[in-house]
Design a protein around this ligand. Structure first.
Ligand SMILES: [Zn+2]
Length: 422
């Protein structure tokens, strides 16, 4: 292990204390969970208390494992000893960095750039979550893979928690195909008292989670591979904007959505060797066995990325999509720099970006642009009327006027109604 320049921060009880950078732990690799830093601090610095380790790494006291990377710039400053590392922490060391890859590139860049200003609530809303602790996006336990622990230990002297292992839609390690074990849980869970995640490194020694894990079939193996491509930034096809195109193109090839759904149902069941019901349950897929229909109807938000990967891998097996080698995008986190996304200024794309940041399903964009009335937009978009009303009111008047100027909206359309109301 390399030498580290660090000093132990004094125990702080004040929330949001801002200690000076400690330049601690440039040892995290892309894909290591942020939580690893706290556990490493405990291991390297003798005699610190749990609270001291947490404050030293996060900059303030919080008992949560922070898998979604709240206040990432403060942790970045502490861990890497430099300003401006928040994006790196978010994209390389948290689950938020995984799910954000389901957003269009423009929306993802906006989401990352606004991560400090937006605050936790709006950040998680954009991913389609109600709270940061949504159990469909983060497993209840911290999980590990025995083979990863061994590989890490021999390569760098300690094992790290991996971000991908904490994705509930993964039962097996995407690197090794082995069944993940559930290792660490907070000792108590009470509403008023947030659970204390004891900072320690993974050992790979624990019982496996699933009593009867899904078999490692061809479909399952393809799916695992896609997760690695996703976090390496090599799978732009599942980003919201391209996903619309992919679904539409697949439907055209087989003569319609219902035909496509039948084909996918059959292909998924045979290549995974289980029923859709069992698959949805094992992978914690929202929508249960009708997850394919939900995806084809584009009732999908970033938290549903696992469903897109199941559907996409089977569409590939059916030959409906051919992975285009020229399509490989630059990973979002190259040296923690964001690709410069040219500002997209059409009213249509501004509306789609607003939809993404509001955490509404992809389908809502097409429904709103088609100019349906208020009731139909909610029904066809797959969201409640109250949510849709909140979104309409949230849109700037200038955008509504721009939309009306470039496209005809009927008198009973949601847009005309909203403009009359203002
Ligand atoms: Zn592994």
């Amino acid at each position: 292990m390399g030498t580290c320049l660090f000093r132990v921060a004094p125990a702080m009880t004040r929330k949001r204390a801002r200690p000076s950078p400690i330049g601690f732990l440039p040892l995290l690799r892309p894909g290591d969970l942020l939580f690893t830093a706290m556990a490493l601090q405990r291991q390297i610095v003798g005699g610190t208390t749990v609270d001291e380790a947490i404050v030293d790494v996060r900059g303030y006291m919080s008992r949560q494992r922070n898998s979604m990377g709240r206040n990432s710039s403060l942790a970045g400053l502490r861990i890497f000893g430099r300003q401006g590392q928040g994006t790196r922490v978010l994209l390389e060391h948290t689950l938020a960095g995984v799910y954000v890859r389901a957003m269009s590139e423009t929306a993802a860049a906006a989401w990352v750039q606004q991560s400090e200003a937006l605050g936790g609530r709006r950040m998680c809303k954009a991913l389609g979550l109600r709270t940061w602790r949504g159990n469909h996006v983060c497993s209840a336990y911290l999980r590990s893979c025995r083979a990863c622990v061994d590989a890490d230990t021999s390569a760098r002297g300690f094992a790290a928690w991996r971000v991908l292992h904490q994705v509930p839609a993964l039962e097996r390690c995407p690197f090794h195909g082995t069944v993940l074990v559930q290792e660490l849980a907070p000792p108590f869970r009470q509403r008023k008292d947030p659970p204390l995640w004891h900072p320690r490194l993974p050992t790979g020694n624990a019982s496996s989670e699933a009593h009867a894990p899904l078999p490692l079939t061809e479909g399952h193996a393809e799916y695992l591979k896609l997760w690695l491509e996703l976090v390496n930034g090599e799978l732009p096809a599942v980003r919201a904007d391209q996903w619309r195109v992919v679904v539409g193109a697949c439907a055209d090839k087989v003569g319609g959505m219902s035909g496509l759904q039948l084909l996918l149902n059959h292909q998924i069941e045979s290549s995974w060797g289980v029923s859709l019901d069992a698959l949805a349950e094992h992978l914690s897929l929202a929508g249960g066995p009708s997850f394919i229909a939900e995806e084809l109807l584009l009732r999908t938000t970033p938290k549903d990325i696992a469903r897109r990967l199941v559907v996409y891998s089977s569409a590939m097996q059916l030959g409906l999509v051919v992975p285009d080698e020229g399509q490989i995008e630059i990973p979002l986190a190259v040296g923690a720099q964001l690709p410069s996304v040219p500002p997209d200024t059409t009213p249509e794309s501004a509306l789609r970006a607003a939809i993404a940041m509001y955490g509404l399903p992809v389908a809502v964009g097409d429904v709103l642009l088609a100019g349906w009335n208020n009731r139909a937009t909610a029904r066809k978009g797959g969201v409640s009327r109250i949510t849709m009303r909140g979104f309409r009111r949230h849109l700037p008047t200038q955008l509504l006027q721009d939309l009306q100027n470039c496209k005809h909206f009927r008198e009973d359309s949601w847009l005309a109604c909203e403009l009359r109301r203002r």
